[in-house]
Design a protein around this ligand. Structure first.
Ligand code: C5P
Length: 227
């Protein structure tokens, strides 16, 4: 069976990563969560006071980009890979609402995008990959054989994300989460470099009223048509 590239893009908290992970596992493909990479750079920027503090110095982040070493390492027990920043496992730290509140501003920076897109191209060059993000079908792999664009109502997405954050023990309100989801969508869709867009040849997948099992089965049957 030939291996293909599967690009899954879409709005925040549409459940892209859960689905992409399941799909990769079913097909024996590698899964790459590109959002984790932007989140890792954001955590680095926060820890160094480049964003979120009294005085923001995003230009200094650009200077230090070569010092940011990112890698995914498989966690055999969990069955998926985790994100490492300069040798430290930061999987938990990058999923907080605080990181979500800053990540879209870091993802607007051209040099940040350039660095991460190069890494993503390298990770997917052998095909047999399911990569999720915002610009995978438009910029990273414009020639991907299968492109999926996921959408759902902002309320459906905020509800899912809110539950996820509560489960992780974060103290957040539904309103805060809804505001974050809408704000990120706005910044992601309106930024100058690689804005979030549905590629012309992407299949739109609205999962507002669909359970996980149904989404997975539908996506798997779509994928099988392309392999
Ligand atoms: O997918 P996730 O919600 O974790 O992504 C976090 C943020 O990273 C997005 O809101 C977006 O600003 C940025 N991102 C991006 N391009 C990607 C993946 C994520 O700009 N390919």
């Amino acid at each position: 069976m030939s291996k293909i590239t599967i690009a899954i893009d879409g709005f925040s908290s549409t459940g892209k990563s859960t689905l992409a992970k399941q799909l990769a596992k079913a097909l024996g493909y590698v899964y790459v969560d590109t959002g984790a990479m932007y989140r890792a750079v954001t955590l680095f920027a926060m820890r160094n006071g480049f964003i979120g503090g009294e005085s923001e110095k995003l230009e200094d982040l650009v200077q230090l980009l070569p010092k940011i070493k990112l890698r995914f390492e498989p966690n055999e027990a969990l069955g998926f890979s985790e994100m490492y920043l300069n040798g430290e496992n930061i999987e938990k730290q990058i999923r907080t609402l605080e990181v979500s509140n800053y990540v879209s501003r870091v993802a607007e920076i051209e040099q940040v995008r350039y660095k991460l897109v190069e890494m993503q191209k390298e990770m997917g060059k052998e095909k047999g990959v399911v990569m999720d993000g915002r610009d995978i079908g438009t910029v990273v792999f414009p020639d991907a054989e299968l492109k999926v664009f996921m959408t759902a109502s902002p309320q459906a997405r905020a509800t899912r994300r809110y539950k996820e954050l509560l489960d992780r023990g974060e103290k957040v309100s539904y309103e805060e989460v809804l505001e974050n989801v809408q704000k990120r969508d706005y910044i992601d869709s309106n930024r100058e470099f690689s804005p979030l867009r549905k590629a012309d040849d992407a299949i739109e997948f609205d999962n507002s009223d669909m359970g996980l099992k149904e989404q997975f089965e539908r996506l798997l049957s779509i994928a099988r048509r392309f392999i």
